[in-house]
Design a protein around this ligand. Sequence first.
Ligand SMILES: NC(=O)c1ccc[n+]([C@@H]2O[C@H](COP(=O)([O-])OP(=O)(O)OC[C@H]3O[C@@H](n4cnc5c(N)ncnc54)[C@H](O)[C@@H]3O)[C@@H](O)[C@H]2O)c1
Length: 447
Amino acid sequence: MEIWNRRSFLRAAGVVSAGTLMPGIPLLAAEQEPEKPVAANDHIQIALIGAGGQGQGDTKTAIQVPGVKLVAVADCYDGRLAHSKELWGDDIQTTRDYNEILSRKDVDAVIIGTPDHWHKQASVDAMKAGKDVYCEKPMIHLYSDGPEMIETARATGRMLQIGSQRVSSIIYAKAKELLASGAIGKLNMVTAYWDRNSAIGAWDYTVPPDASPETCDWPRFLGTAPKIPFNAEQFFQWRKWKAYGSGVAGDLFVHLFSGTHFITGAHGPTRAMATGAIRYWKDGRNVPDVMLGIFDYPEEFNLSLRVNFVDGGQESESLVFTGSEGTIEIGWTGVTLTRVPRETAPGYTVETFPEAMQKEFIADYEKKYPRHAGREEMAGSEKFTAPKGYSDSYDHFRNFFASVRTRKEPVEDAVFGYRAAGAALLSNLSNERGQVVRWDPEKMKLV
Ligand SMILES: NC(=O)c1ccc[n+]([C@@H]2O[C@H](COP(=O)([O-])OP(=O)(O)OC[C@H]3O[C@@H](n4cnc5c(N)ncnc54)[C@H](O)[C@@H]3O)[C@@H](O)[C@H]2O)c1
């Protein structure tokens, strides 16, 4: 896989930017330090806890960062331990019990790719065992997880980075720079949606044919979740049940919160309203497949989010920042700035007045507002495109391992992670209570 770093993006972005160049738009951001070679004694040994879809993907990316080696994998399904050896060789240790990995002195850091209900405990156990932690989003499953994770990171001096890779994305960095430069005037609204229309999109992941209490460590998977008999669907499609997952809010809204907080610098909403229900996927799940959320930010903008897993139209996603003078739209491959500045002349609506009055008014108006540019003349659009193959996950891991080496706070620390996940989970609370809910983003507490 081709790896693109920030330096190559910025160089390429300068070349591929297309559209009308507009005055006042800043040049591309300063270039990042090029990668330094890693000394032999500066290698980082990692282990993976939770080797499902994301854990395996994360690990493939992490070991491409120079000086990073995988030595062990823990998972509750034997098939994923077997596949880990196929991917990374017979030399890696595999186990159902992550404590066996945490007791190893030669493991510096762990990636946690378990379902949400294990994030807190696995992170806390790892930090207490002296390991730095890259924990997947959403950081929390319950509100009480947040303070405990933040405090453990502080008390142990371990690096805890949360896995919302967009926080390290050059596309998001460009959007942040454009917003800060005033390219769209004053921000008043952020609108995002994530619409799908497939069984897999609605989390019906394949249950392996050999799934059984023998191949799956069901009691360990359950952890603190209510004890029920082995259920292969709940094991492999855990997102559909709130005992393990956090609904569309924790799975998808959280990405939109981390992106919004990173780009705007905001810490979170103060008020949230959400509504949702199971509209189509009535397969025993207990979390909505359609959800809408609306949030008030103290920085004087509103955020509106939507997830629809039953979108009979086109499957699509969008994240748009709207300001008084334009919009910034973020896509998978780049960011588009569109500016349609407001006309300086107020315009007139005189056609219902007597004709003589109309004539007099228009003559005065044209003296007062001599020829000015129309909206179309002032409008323009510019797209910044990331180079083909750009991976924000790679940059997020590169940033994590830089923190592990330098002991400087990670790019997405536990406070950032809690603010994003805490805000996202307000949606579930509001929907369940049928009420507006309030949050103090500074103190990170429900009000
Ligand atoms: N950053 C992203 O874009 C992104 C994308 C997908 C998923 N995720 C996150 O990654 C996490 C995992 O999602 P997934 O789709 O890979 O799920 P998955 O079901 O494919 O994998 C989870 C794995 O964790 C294992 N597991 C459960 N409890 C464990 C324990 N106590 N010890 C060790 N292993 C345990 C399970 O056996 C399973 O193999 C979720 O929190 C999800 O939100 C993030």
